[in-house]
Design a protein around this ligand. Structure first.
Ligand code: ZN
Length: 141
């Protein structure tokens, strides 16, 4: 497992942060901020969507979550363990999100090379964009 320097900077765990992290861990799949908001409001009715976004941005900055940007759709957030999220494929037509095999993620050596250049890697997300099978099928038929 890769150990990143960011591990020493665990943010202070407020109730909101703990709940957001719980949802991300439990679901284990990329979720939008709205989905997370809906889920934690059952236990914390007063929490705002704004707070959820702020919390997610903090987690991404700390390497505890990865953001998956979906053109024309809402960004999804996924829990990160050990500094890296698994790779995902995103369809540019329908927004479908498909997990890819972990072996396709950049190797530890690639990440170490950033450190050698004086950069501190706090985490990363690896997203491949393209057209999914279903959307391509529609084109050909
Ligand atoms: Zn598609």
């Amino acid at each position: 497992m890769q150990n990143f320097a960011m591990m020493r900077r665990i943010p202070r765990m407020t109730v909101q942060r703990r709940l957001v992290l719980e949802v991300l861990r439990r679901e284990g799949r990329p979720l939008s901020a709205k989905e997370i908001h809906r889920s934690i409001r059952q236990r914390l009715p007063k929490v705002s969507l704004e707070t959820v976004y702020r919390t997610l941005n903090l987690f991404v900055a700390q390497g505890m979550a990865a953001a998956i940007y979906i053109p024309g759709g809402s960004t999804r957030y996924v829990h990160v363990a050990g500094g890296s999220s698994r790779p995902y494929f995103v369809c540019l037509r329908c927004g479908a999100l498909e997990p890819l095999p972990r072996e396709l993620a950049p190797s530890a050596g690639v990440l170490t090379s950033f450190r050698e250049k004086g950069m501190e890697v706090t985490g990363y997300s690896y997203v491949v964009y393209g057209i999914c099978r279903r959307c391509r099928g529609g084109e050909e038929g």
